[in-house]
Design a protein around this ligand. Sequence first.
Ligand SMILES: NC(=O)c1ccc[n+]([C@@H]2O[C@H](COP(=O)([O-])OP(=O)(O)OC[C@H]3O[C@@H](n4cnc5c(N)ncnc54)[C@H](OP(=O)(O)O)[C@@H]3O)[C@@H](O)[C@H]2O)c1
Length: 162
Amino acid sequence: MIFIWAEDQQHAIGHKGQLPWHLPADMAFFKQHTIGNTLISGSRTFASYKKPLPHRKNIVLTSRTHTDFPSGVEVLHSAEEVVEYEQEHPDETVIISGGARVFKSLLPYVDTLLRTRVLHTFEADTYMPEIDYNQFKLIESTTHQPDEKNQYGLIFERWQRR
Ligand SMILES: NC(=O)c1ccc[n+]([C@@H]2O[C@H](COP(=O)([O-])OP(=O)(O)OC[C@H]3O[C@@H](n4cnc5c(N)ncnc54)[C@H](OP(=O)(O)O)[C@@H]3O)[C@@H](O)[C@H]2O)c1
């Protein structure tokens, strides 16, 4: 499975249920990697989308047994169920879009990390769990300079489990 997220220089990922920043270049990167694939998100992250993301299979991770997600949204209840889902759907690319709790529970199973580094420090209340990058190899790194639409520099990284 693949993790995709953006973090600031202190590993912050969220603030008050939303992203701490507005960076269209990172949104485009997210779209490019998730369109056509299966996206699994925690219930808080899914709520931040406001609606299922189009052209992707939307799966929500929640402990709740009674849910009222829009039709078409699938539900899983544990990290183990996510692992089983991936094994049972080998034709699908499974991408985990967070948040912190979801990343933490699936860290043992992830093969690929798509990390965007935002070159700034923001006010935040949600942080990426600690990742041992010695277990991964950096295979791609692309820098995006600040521009009129993106106030901060970005580094798009791809890491593969060794
Ligand atoms: N920068 C980024 O790339 C990025 C990415 C994602 C999210 N975010 C931000 O991060 C914040 C949300 O993250 P968060 O950590 O607070 O919440 P989250 O992980 O999105 O959602 C937490 C909820 O997901 C469910 N859940 C998580 N792990 C589970 C597991 N292993 N088994 C069963 N259910 C599980 C539970 O739902 P129930 O309570 O319904 O049981 C839990 O309360 C927001 O601010 C969001 O904008 C940022």
